[in-house]
Write a new protein. Structure first.
Length: 109
């Protein structure tokens, strides 16, 4: 499923627009080392982390987008870097558990 469809279906807020790539699964974790070891290419990553290092990890793992739960938002510098790298940064008021379940449901249709 294309990331733009996920954004539309879940009503996600777009903080930084990336490339409209395909999403095959999601991964929820706040540990960068865990994401580097286990997150697959073409995933959306749900995390409360919102600093510059998440962009580096997303770029390294070829992650389609980062979803920030709980209504949190990234700094302007993080938004700029994400846009430059073609990585979506998205937001939702849902908590990580809720948005993970919604993404799972969308991708398993």
């Amino acid at each position: 499923m294309e990331i733009k469809k996920i954004i539309f279906e879940l009503g996600l807020k777009v903080f930084a627009e990336g490339q409209n790539s395909s999403v095959y699964e999601g991964y929820t974790s706040d540990l960068l080392s865990d994401v580097m070891a286990n997150c697959k290419e073409g995933s959306v990553w749900i995390t409360i982390q919102r600093h510059m290092n998440v962009i580096a990890v997303a770029q390294l793992k070829k992650i389609a987008g980062i979803i920030l739960p709980n209504g949190i938002s990234p700094d302007d510098q993080v938004k700029i870097r994400a846009k430059d790298e073609g990585i979506y940064i998205l937001g939702t008021q849902d908590n990580a558990f809720e948005v993970s379940g919604k993404i799972y449901s969308l991708l398993k249709k």
